[in-house]
Design a protein. Structure first.
Length: 312
């Protein structure tokens, strides 16, 4: 059996769309249709129910998918074993939020160029929901997610690090350098400039501030971390960010830490689609990301405490 037919079958099962499978495999839509018909003819059974929006696996298709993935995985291992002494090459698309893109992924790319100069990495900014959808659609090879827990159908995720969070203000803000720790009641009276909704640590902080009885907190959301950071540096209010993103600004005095309630660490997960085979290049990128967060090629600011939620 031509394993290309199985690869097309798996792509259609994953995307549930002839158009989506064609885009993922870089084939004409008519080619996907012909290959699926050929596979169904070879096996003597229909594998999909054709619906208005595409194609859904039927019972026979679901049974075959498990075996098809085993065959494709075996083929991948065979090809890897045959070429493991050769240079790794290829293009890998990685999705991540701005927090991780700016603080960590540049160092990953620098180390990759040293180890695997023929591997090209394309970074795409994605929040968690968009990254998960892109993984399922085959538009991303892997993604970095800032979430306490990643429990998404069709997505496999590995926790690779914990990022400590820090409350920030301008150096001349009344809360900067204060000996007494600020309470949640005091913080709720301040203006906050936070990353956009869907950012897990910003959403947790907003929920904790909104839980304080009295006047609702003044919250402004930005799609850019730099915009929020600039407002805080100008003395307009406070924010919360991973320490890795503001380490330089804290060192040179552009920002100051607010002594406040203890904040949890936020988990970093490396995620991929369960049903998609990773290329040698994608495996190399994933391995380099893990090395980076383990401190082998860089000096990221990562913690060791277990993750939690913002509490009183």
């Amino acid at each position: 059996m031509d394993t290309r037919l199985l690869e097309t079958f798996a792509a259609l099962a994953r995307t549930e769309s002839f158009t989506g499978a064609a885009a993922e495999l870089r084939l004409a839509q008519s080619t996907v249709t012909v290959q699926i018909r050929s596979l169904e003819k070879t096996l003597g059974t229909r594998l999909f129910d054709r619906v208005a929006r595409g194609a859904l696996l039927n019972d026979a298709g679901r049974r075959l998918l498990v075996l098809a993935e085993e065959v494709l995985e075996a083929e991948s291992r065979l090809l890897t074993a045959a070429t493991e002494d050769g240079p790794v090459s290829g293009t890998v698309v990685v999705g991540a939020g701005e927090t991780l893109c700016s603080a960590h992924l540049p160092a990953v790319i620098v180390a990759l160029r040293r180890r695997h100069p023929r591997v090209e990495v394309h970074l795409e900014p994605h929040g968690t929901a968009d990254a998960v959808a892109a993984l399922r659609a085959g538009k991303l090879d892997c993604a970095l997610l800032l979430e306490d827990v990643v429990d998404q159908p069709g997505v496999a995720a590995e926790r690779v690090a914990e990022q400590p969070l820090v409350l920030l203000c301008a150096p001349d803000h009344p809360l900067a350098g204060r000996e007494r720790t600020a309470t949640w009641q005091e913080l709720a009276r301040e203006s906050f400039f936070l990353h956009e909704q869907g950012c897990s640590y910003s959403d947790q902080l907003a929920a904790r501030l909104e839980a304080v009885a009295g006047t609702p907190p003044r919250l402004t959301r930005f799609g850019s971390i730099e915009a929020a950071r600039s407002c805080v540096a100008a003395g307009l209010g406070l924010t919360v960010l991973p320490r890795a993103n503001v380490a330089a600004a804290l060192r040179d005095g552009r920002l100051a830490e607010v002594p406040g309630p203890a904040l949890p660490h936020i988990s970093v997960h490396l995620a991929r689609a369960r049903r998609r085979r990773l290329s040698r290049a994608a495996h190399a990128v994933a391995a380099q990301i893990v090395r980076h967060f383990q401190g082998e090629d860089a000096d990221p600011v990562v913690g060791t405490e277990a993750p939690g939620r913002i509490t009183g």
